[in-house]
Design a binder for this molecule. Sequence first.
Ligand code: NAD
Ligand code: 2YH
Length: 261
Amino acid sequence: MALLTPEDLANMTNALVENDRLITELTDYSLDGLCRKIYGTVPRNEKIAIIPVTAGNGIIGSFSESLLFTVQHFGMDGFITENTDVAGYYEAVTNGADIILMADDLAYIAHNLRNGKIAHNQICTGRIYAEILCHAKDYADDKDVLVIGLGKVGTPALETFLNEKQNVYVFDVDSKRVDEILTDYPVFKYDPAKEPKSFFKIFEATPCADTICESALKENSIVSTPGIPLGISDELIEKYKVRVVSEPLGIGTLSMLYDVF
Ligand code: NAD
Ligand code: 2YH
C-alpha cells in the first residue's frame, strides 16, 4: 500500500479549499453538503480526537495537522493528542472524545465511540469521489463512467456508481483483477487498444502517473481522482479543458466523518 508522504500533504490546505470550490461548481453541493446528502447524517458537536500513530513507518509529518485542518475547516471541534498510540487513545477518551481518527500503514479509520460506527478511509474515499461524478450537473443524462484502478479505493467507487445506476467501464493494469470484477459485477471492460471510447466522467484510483490516455478524454471531461500521483498529465488537462477533482486526504476524511455521524 502506498504511504502518504509529507510532500503529498505540502499543499493540502489550499487543495482542500480549492477542491471544495470546484465540487460546488460541478455539483451545486459544497463538499459537506454532498456528504450530508449521501450519508443522510449531520454533525452534532462531536469532539474529534486525532491520535498520531508510530507503528510501522511511523508518524508522517503534517498528517495529524492535515486532519485537524479538515475537521476545523468544516466547523467541527477537534484536537491532536499529545501522546501517541495507546497512551494517545487513553488521552483522547479521558478528554471526552466522541470520535477517534487514527491511521497506521494499513488502515486509516474513524470510530464513533458514542454510536459504535466505524469507517475505513479507502471505502469512504472511493465513495465520495464517485458521488462527485454522479452529481456532476452538466452530465446528469450521460451515465457512462470509466473506472481506472480496481483496488481497495476503486472497488467501492465502482459499487457506488452501480448503486447510482451508471454504466461502468473498467480498466486495471492487472488483467486478473479485471476478470474478477467482470465476474462479480455488471460492468463493461474498457480496452483502449481494441475498442477506444471517450468519457465525460472518469474516476481514477491508482498509484501511477499518466494512467488516463488521450483517447479516453472528451473536451470538458471531469476526472475525479484520489490517486496519488495524479493520473493525468498537465498537457492533457489543458488540451481537453479537463476539470480535475484531486486532493490527498481531506475529502476522504470528511466522507469518513459523515459515515460515522
Ligand atoms: P490498491 O493497491 O488497492 O489498488 C490500486 C489498483 O490500481 C490495483 O488494482 C492496481 O493493479 C491498479 N493499477 C496500478 N497501476 C495501474 C495503471 N498504470 N493503470 C491501471 N491500473 C493500475 O490501492 P488503493 O488503496 O485502491 O489506492 C489507490 C490510490 O489512491 C493510491 O495512490 C493511494 O495512495 C490513493 N489514495 C488516496 C486517498 C485520498 O484521499 N486522496 C485515499 C486513499 C487512497
Ligand atoms: O497513509 C497511510 C496508509 N496508506 C493508510 C491510509 C489509507 N489511505 N497511513 C497514514 C499513517 C499515519 C501515521 N501513522 C501518523 O502520522 O499517525
